[in-house]
Design a protein around this ligand. Structure first.
Ligand code: ADP
Ligand code: GLC
Length: 497
């Protein structure tokens, strides 16, 4: 089949800038699509933390004009590089006033007040860049609310533009909680006309909702796991958009994220003290020791270590953990937490670490090397999320033989098979109710298994390490979705010349 030209835009991309899983996906999916032969280009902002020298980024000649409605035309510089380990071009939109900042979205937990303009700018710049490059995409692929204006622009300001004559649009929803809701004045910055400020397009409670507009205007939507695609059509997980999403369910997909196993495999991981694999597990013990040492915990081989890595946000079930932690720490276990986020949680868990120095280790902050060490050195990995569109850490954990203990929601439910003691099947431990009791009970079950069911543990670890969620397979599903989007937009008869 003919190969596609795909323009992917995202607010964060590994390894250049990352706050969560979106960056992992935006860094890995393009490479997998490239391996299928497609011509993929990626666009992201040039934040201060994007190191131009380290990645050998080159300035593109000329500047990029970006119409910003009532603000007028803004000008950006563009830097060009490649996604490491590939020939996929990535373009960085540089604009001092919008992106010349330390934070991606906020500073000290307070969102930038001009995030509407910043990301409308990014979305419009991505479209303008395609024109400048004379890259006529078959697909523009937006991610989350930040780039949701792209499908909106395609249907409005570029509707008659010959450069986008054969272009269809796709939107990935990585997290429905964040929708890009702003004061309606942002309509004038979009510059698409107030006729689109209606309840069935961009308007919500007299404000603008960019993600909503993206859902309406894109030709296909992906919700990063099958279960999450179902969940977001219900009031519990829909954040007010459940009816709209149900209405558009005919174009809704649930393609599960893959994992970049070149980065997240104990056999090749360069960030852990000893490599190991399913047949050479001795290295895992060395990692466990190093982990305990790093977090100043007693270096005991016989104690189960439970790791947690993630944004300290309500979504991640940190309130359940906070409620359960006292009881959990009565068991003979060690818990290690790496995270940053809500202030109360940072204080609370630091405090727990000082009360239980022998049992609870924490690092408040963002550290990729520690994330790898925790994956490798822990026996279990806890994700008690209230909702989880896909979740990547539990998938990494499987590969490291670190058994996930998860709440059965979204991608956590889709990727983890519950342990069945009588058959030896399964690769983790699940609970269903969002309660501290259920969390406690399931950790207890895992810990009991660790101490009393060595054979069961062996099966679990083996099953976990053999499971794969490769991007190669996910990328094929993306290709199908792209072709679906094209057929939605053009039917089957219209073909590019
Ligand atoms: P989300 O995108 O909701 O944050 P995911 O599980 O999809 O959740 O992805 C989180 C990613 O961010 C993982 O790669 C994880 O290792 C990483 N991560 C999150 N918090 C930290 C941290 N404090 N330090 C290092 N890596 C982190
Ligand atoms: C989001 C979700 C997470 C998902 C990631 C990548 O941030 O919270 O579950 O894995 O995006 O799709």
């Amino acid at each position: 089949m003919d190969k596609l030209k795909i323009l992917i835009a995202a607010s964060e991309v590994v390894p250049f800038a990352k706050s969560g899983g979106l960056a992992d996906v935006a860094g890995a999916l393009p490479k997998a699509l490239r391996k299928l032969g497609h011509d993929v280009r990626v666009v992201m902002p040039r934040y201060y933390i994007v190191d131009r020298e380290k990645y050998g980024l080159k300035p593109m000649a000329g500047s990029l004009g970006v119409p910003m409605g009532v603000i007028g035309e803004e000008w950006a510089s563009v830097y060009e590089g490649v996604l490491p380990g590939s020939d996929v071009p990535i373009y960085f939109i540089e604009h001092e006033r919008y992106f010349g900042r330390k934070g991606l979205y906020d500073e000290n937990g307070i969102a930038f007040s001009d995030n509407d303009n910043r990301f409308i700018f990014l979305s419009r710049a991505a479209m303008q860049l395609a024109k400048k490059l004379r890259f006529k995409p078959d697909i523009i692929h937006a991610n989350d609310w930040h780039t949701s204006a792209m499908p909106i622009f395609l249907n409005t300001v570029y509707a008659q533009d010959p450069d986008f004559e054969y272009t269809a649009s796709v939107l990935s929803i990585h997290n429905l909680q964040h929708q890009g809701k702003f004061y309606k004045g942002a309509m004038d910055v979009l510059g698409i006309g107030w006729e689109h400020f209606t309840a069935d397009e961009l308007e919500e409670y007299d404000g603008i909702n960019l993600l909503k507009g993206g859902i309406v205007h894109s030709n296909a939507i992906n919700a990063v796991s099958k279960k999450y695609a179902d969940e977001i059509q219900t009031p519990e997980f829909g954040w007010g958009l459940e009816n709209l999403i149900s209405h558009y369910s005919y174009k809704l997909f649930g393609i599960l994220n893959g994992v970049d196993y070149e980065e997240w495999s104990p056999a090749v991981d360069t960030l852990i003290p000893s490599n190991y694999d399913i047949d050479t597990m001795a290295g895992k013990k060395i990692c466990k020791q190093a982990l305990q040492k790093t977090f100043n915990l007693p270096q005991r081989e016989d104690v189960p270590v439970i790791g947690l890595v993630g944004r300290l946000a309500e979504q991640k079930g940190i309130t359940l953990l906070a409620e359960a932690i006292g009881g959990l720490l009565e068991m003979d276990i060690q818990i290690i937490l790496l995270g940053t986020g809500e202030g109360w949680a940072e204080h609370f868990f630091s405090n727990i670490a000082s009360i239980y120095p022998e049992k609870f280790g924490t690092y408040i902050g963002y550290r990729n090397d520690l994330a790898h060490l925790i994956e490798a050195g822990s026996d279990f990995f806890l994700m008690p999320s209230l909702f989880e569109p896909c979740g990547l850490n539990q998938i990494y954990s499987l590969r490291y033989g670190t058994l996930p203990i998860v709440r059965a929601t979204g991608g956590l439910d889709d990727t983890i098979d519950n342990y069945q003691p009588y058959t030896g099947r399964g690769d983790g431990f699940k609970f269903y109710e969002a309660s501290a009791e259920a969390l406690y009970g399931t950790v207890k079950w895992a810990v009991d298994t660790y101490y009393d069911d060595k054979e069961g543990m062996m099966h679990l670890v083996k099953n976990a390490m053999q499971k794969r969620f490769s991007w190669e397979i996910a990328a094929e599903s993306y290709e199908e979705m792209y072709r679906f989007a094209l057929s939605q937009r053009f039917g089957i008869s219209k073909k590019r010349n």
